[in-house]
Design a protein. Structure first.
Length: 230
C-alpha cells in the first residue's frame, strides 16, 4: 500500500502523487519529464531535469488543488513561463486536434444539422483559443521576460492582461451541455463518451493553467513592475 502526503512538498514521492492525482501526467508532459520515476522526490526530479525546484513544487501543488507554499523568485519565473508556453503547444498541437477529430467522427453519426452545428461550434472555440494563446505568446510572455530583465514597455502593463484575460473554458461548458442534453438518446456512439472525457480533462487542465497565470504569475509581475525604474 503506497502512502500519500496531503501536504505536498519537495520531499513528496512523485510516483505516489501521480497515482493519487493522475492529472499530474500533464505536468510531466509539459516539463518534458519521462516516466520511470522510481522513488524520487519532487525536488530530485526537478534537479534531474534542470527545473527550479520551487517552480516544480508550486505547479504540482496547483494541479493537486493545494495552495502554493512558496513565493517564486525572479530566477524561478522563467521555468514557469516555459511550462506555460509548453502547455500552449500541447493544447494546440495535441489535445485540441484530438478532440476535433473525435467531434468530426461523432458528427457523422448524428442528424446532419446537429452534426454541422457541433463541428462549427468547436471550430469557433479553436479560433478563440488560438487568439488567446497567440496574445500570451507574442505579447504577454515577451513582456514578462523584459520585466525580468528590468525593462518595461511604456504602453503595456500586466494589468492589461489581467483585465482582458478571457474565459476560454465557457465554450467547453456549453459543448458539454450540448453533448449531454441536446443530442438525442437514439444516437448510440462510443465517441460521445470519449469526447466528454476529453472535454472534462481539457477544462480541468485549462483551469489549472489559468490559476497559475492569475494567482502566481500576475502578482509576481505586478510586484516587479513597481520596482522597475522608469
Amino acid at each position: 500500500m503506497y502512502e500519500i502526503n496531503t501536504n505536498i512538498s519537495g520531499n513528496s514521492r512523485l510516483t505516489n502523487l501521480i497515482i493519487e492525482y493522475p492529472n499530474l501526467l500533464s505536468v510531466l508532459e509539459y516539463f518534458n519529464i519521462s516516466l520511470g520515476l522510481g522513488d524520487k522526490t519532487v525536488a530530485e526530479i526537478a534537479l534531474e531535469y534542470n527545473i527550479a525546484p520551487n517552480t516544480f513544487e508550486v505547479v504540482i501543488q496547483v494541479y493537486c488543488k493545494e495552495t502554493p507554499s512558496k513565493v517564486l523568485s525572479q530566477e524561478e519565473i522563467p521555468d514557469l513561463l516555459r511550462f506555460l508556453q509548453a502547455s500552449h503547444n500541447h493544447f494546440k498541437d495535441s489535445k485540441i486536434p484530438e478532440l476535433k477529430g473525435l467531434i468530426e467522427l461523432f458528427s457523422k453519426e448524428i442528424p446532419t444539422r446537429k452534426g454541422k452545428v457541433l463541428v462549427a461550434f468547436f471550430d469557433e472555440y479553436i479560433k478563440e483559443v488560438d487568439a488567446h494563446f497567440l496574445y500570451e505568446d507574442e505579447k504577454v510572455f515577451p513582456y514578462i521576460n523584459n520585466v525580468l530583465c528590468n525593462r518595461r514597455e511604456k504602453n503595456f502593463k500586466i494589468r492589461e492582461f489581467e483585465r482582458n484575460h478571457t474565459d476560454i473554458e465557457q465554450k467547453l461548458r456549453e459543448l458539454k451541455k450540448i453533448l449531454i442534453r441536446d443530442i438525442p438518446p437514439s444516437v448510440v456512439s462510443k465517441y460521445r463518451k470519449q469526447i466528454l472525457i476529453n472535454l472534462i480533462n481539457l477544462a480541468q487542465d485549462l483551469t489549472y493553467h489559468t490559476q497559475i497565470e492569475d494567482n502566481i504569475l500576475v502578482p509576481f509581475v505586478k510586484n516587479m513592475e513597481t520596482n522597475i525604474k522608469n
